[in-house]
Design a protein around this ligand. Structure first.
Ligand code: OAD
Length: 251
């Protein structure tokens, strides 16, 4: 679906653009969305059985290996046109904030600079006891490996169900949602809070809200613009139309 001209006109006079992304922007890189990740090898597991502190304490080896499998998958894929279009869009607006729920690090690998990782990053590891990042540890063959400082279990530095989001990142994401002129929600099912509350917060603060998703979500009816299509197609189209029409504020 081609972005409507009214949206391009709005974006031409926009100074502050905030973008929220979900697993859908990495789908075209070959990274299964959170739900799809349960197909194949993990068909018999529910995310709640793998991505919670209790699941980890119940079976640390299984949870560590599930994330090791996802880390291996992410290491083999490349950013797709959706990630690359967002890198270019960052250059077109005086204030641009990219908030992601994704833990794959693909936005940074694509070249995005101002990225807020609401749910952490699967390539980072932290100590379950100390809750501090650990960058290297002796290869003792333990699965999961042990913290070199306190001997506690190491875990991926991602937010699990029943866990709080990192405070600094959530505050920054909330501020960027409440102060932007346009809020773009891309490739998220809008089901998991508090991230799913950001588009509504932007809307209530007076921003124009755009959703890009091939499927409807609980937010679709509230968006000013709902572009039904894959991010890897719609975002490059949006970028091309923005480039074809110079900014309205003379920049
Ligand atoms: P979901 O798997 O819940 O939703 C993915 C969304 O992407 C769906 O709405 C799809 O319709 C859409 N989608 C699929 N392909 C797409 C494409 N090519 N372009 C655009 N959209 C596409 O993933 P999230 O909404 O990101 O938390 O899930 C939010 C959080 O739930 C995740 O961050 C995860 C999980 O708890 C952690 O991993 C910590």
């Amino acid at each position: 679906m081609k972005p409507p001209v009214a949206l391009i006109d709005k974006l031409r006079s926009t100074r502050r653009l905030t973008v929220l992304t979900g697993a859908g922007v990495s789908a075209e890189s070959g990274v299964p969305t959170f739900r799809d990740a349960q197909t194949g090898l993990w068909a018999n597991f529910k995310p709640e059985d793998l991505a919670t502190p209790r699941a980890f304490l119940r079976n640390p080896k299984l949870v560590w290996e599930w994330y090791a499998w996802r880390r291996g998958l992410v290491a083999t894929v490349q950013p797709n046109p959706a990630h690359l279009a967002l890198v270019e869009m960052e250059k077109l607006f005086p204030e641009f904030t990219l908030i992601t729920q994704n833990v794959d690090g693909l936005h940074q690998r694509a070249g995005s600079r101002n990225v807020i990782e609401l749910h952490g990053n699967i390539t980072r590891t932290k100590c379950f006891q100390e809750n501090t990042v650990v960058t290297d540890w002796p290869d003792t063959g333990d699965v999961p490996p042990k913290c070199p400082r306190c001997g506690g279990l190491l875990r991926p530095d991602v937010v699990w169900f029943e866990e709080a989001l990192p405070e600094k990142e959530l505050n920054a994401a909330t501020h960027a949602s409440l102060t932007c002129d346009v809020f773009l929600s891309v490739g998220t099912s809008s089901l998991v809070y508090p991230a799913a509350g950001l588009p509504g917060a932007a809307l209530n603060a007076g921003a124009t809200v755009v959703e890009i998703n091939p499927q409807p979500t609980p937010f679709t009816d509230r968006a000013h613009f709902a572009l039904a299509g894959p991010a890897g197609i719609v975002l490059p189209e949006l970028l091309a139309m923005l480039r074809a029409t110079p900014r309205g504020d003379g920049e």
